[in-house]
Design a protein around this ligand. Structure first.
Ligand code: 5AD
Ligand code: SF4
Length: 462
């Protein structure tokens, strides 16, 4: 049976921790600690999920490697948003035949959104005999139990989710960056954009409690994190399901009030729910990064309606006008889908017009991909692949030209950059900067911008 919200009992989480300790004890008896290789595809939620899976693996005594040939366990965390990603993932999983032959006993785990689709476990069972364990996002919290079942049972394990809507607290995490962190504030999506598979694989919206989120934020800051990205499929819906009057703008203000020198960003915001209250909360918070990812998807009203997006192009443009009025230095990024079923040349040109007017700092452009089970999959789609590709290329050229101009405008300015690698960092607005000069990883540095490309800025520390 499917459920909207199923909070996992702390005793069940403790049981997973107990299993981790049990596997840890076994691994401790080996002459060398076993190695795990974690491959992550798709969105930031998947990145965050992989940090939890790594946390479990660490607690089970695994070390980590990027070399699939030396791994005792390979975990592939998959994405189902576009068919192209699915094909690539299945191709890569197929290639693990070689690694498993070279290293008998290697355990191959497939998880994430692809695995949650109803048809997928059967397909894996039949066509990919090398895969040992399959589970979707709803079963992530019980990975240790599932792995133990495979280690002890000998049979391949295909998790049958006990229902959607899972909410699990206090899972271990192994963060990938010392200074940047993901903080999930809600899971799932209720929007059902007609092209999108996410609501079908990640379930209904459920918000985490505010006290837990604030405790996580404080712990991250205490741990030296300087850049926190709040995560949710649609963060603007935060709190609606809690029924206690909680809202995302209010949450943002409370996280901003946590003492410390850090930045807050959030993804993703849905334009239909992003309004004055949110914009003010951003503008009035010094900690809130001047960065908003606001996916518009299309610039034509008929297409937006067919996508079930809930706003018009004019409404979208009015929102970003107001945003820039409040925050003139705001970096605005977006997602656009080209070739939605039935989109005509004239409708596509409306998207070009919107992009020229909005002048996004960066855009993520996608060719429409038909997802089984979504309403758009049943719409007539007369445009040819070549036509769509040609439109895509035109949009990309326009987008890149704007990005390059926007980046060039930084030359001569000195910006505060969070250093997250050797000679690389991110500005408050999330722009990538490559620089020369000394700067400590994990700290802020002042960088004078001396050059730019379509995708990044160049500079030197001052
Ligand atoms: N085809 C192409 N792009 C899609 N996206 C979501 N579903 C599809 C699809 N079926 C894009 C949207 C979304 C981003 C994460 O992926 O632009 O904002
Ligand atoms: Fe998909 Fe729309 Fe939900 Fe985003 S808001 S996850 S595009 S259904």
């Amino acid at each position: 049976m499917s459920e909207k919200r199923r909070e996992i009992n702390p005793a069940e989480i403790e049981n997973q921790r107990r299993i981790c300790r049990e596997i840890f004890a076994r691994n401790a008896q080996k002459s060398t600690s076993p190695l795990a290789c974690v491959d992550t595809y798709g969105c930031q939620q998947n990145e965050a999920d992989s940090e939890i899976l790594r946390g479990f693996l660490r607690d089970m005594g695994y070390g980590f490697t990027e070399n699939e040939y030396e791994a005792d366990l390979i975990l592939v965390n998959t994405c189902a948003v576009r068919e192209h990603a699915e094909m690539r993932i299945l191709g890569n999983v197929g290639a693990l035949n070689h690694t498993k032959k070279a290293k008998p006993g290697q355990i191959i785990v497939l998880c994430g959104c692809m695995a949650q689709q109803a048809h997928m476990p059967g397909r894996i069972k039949k066509s990919f005999p090398i895969v040992d364990l399959v589970f979707g996002p709803f079963d992530l919290w019980r990975f240790p139990e599932l792995l133990l079942e495979r280690l002890d049972g000998g049979k391949r394990v295909f998790a049958k989710s006990g229902g959607e809507g899972v909410l699990a607290e206090d899972l271990p995490t192994a963060r990938q960056s010392p200074c940047k962190a993901w903080l999930s504030i809600m899971y799932g999506c209720d929007n059902f954009c007609s092209y999108c598979v996410v609501p079908h694989v990640r379930g209904r919206e459920r918000s985490r409690g505010k006290p837990q989120i604030l405790a996580d934020a404080r712990a991250l800051v205490a741990d030296g994190v300087k850049d926190i990205t709040l995560l949710g499929q649609n963060v603007n819906s935060y709190g609606k399901d809690l029924g206690a009057g909680e809202t995302f703008p209010a949450l943002l203000r409370e996280i901003s009030a946590v003492p410390g020198d850090f930045l807050i960003r959030f993804i993703t915001s849905h334009p239909k729910d992003a309004g004055e209250e949110l914009f003010r909360a951003m503008a009035e918070s010094e900690k809130c990064a001047r960065h908003l990812h606001l996916p518009v998807q299309a610039g034509n009203d008929r297409v937006l309606r067919a996508m079930n997006r809930g706003y018009t192009a004019a409404e979208y443009l009015e929102k970003i006008r107001r945003l820039r009025e409040l925050m003139p230095d705001l970096v605005l990024t977006t997602d656009i889908i080209v070739g939605f079923p039935g989109e005509t040349e004239a409708e596509f040109e409306d998207t070009l017009r919107l992009v020229a007017e909005a002048r996004f700092d960066a855009m993520f452009t996608f060719l429409y991909s038909k997802r089984p089970g979504t309403p758009a999959a049943n719409l007539p789609d007369p445009a040819s692949r070549a036509e769509k590709q040609q439109r895509f290329d035109r949009l990309l050229a326009l987008a890149n030209g704007i990005s390059a101009e926007k980046h060039a405008a930084y030359i001569g300015k000195t910006l505060r950059v969070l250093v997250d690698g050797d000679g690389a960092g991110r500005t408050n607005g999330g722009r990538l900067v490559r620089f020369t000069g000394d700067a400590a990883v994990g700290e802020f540095a002042e960088v004078k911008i001396t050059g730019s490309t379509t995708w990044s800025l160049e500079g030197e520390t001052v």
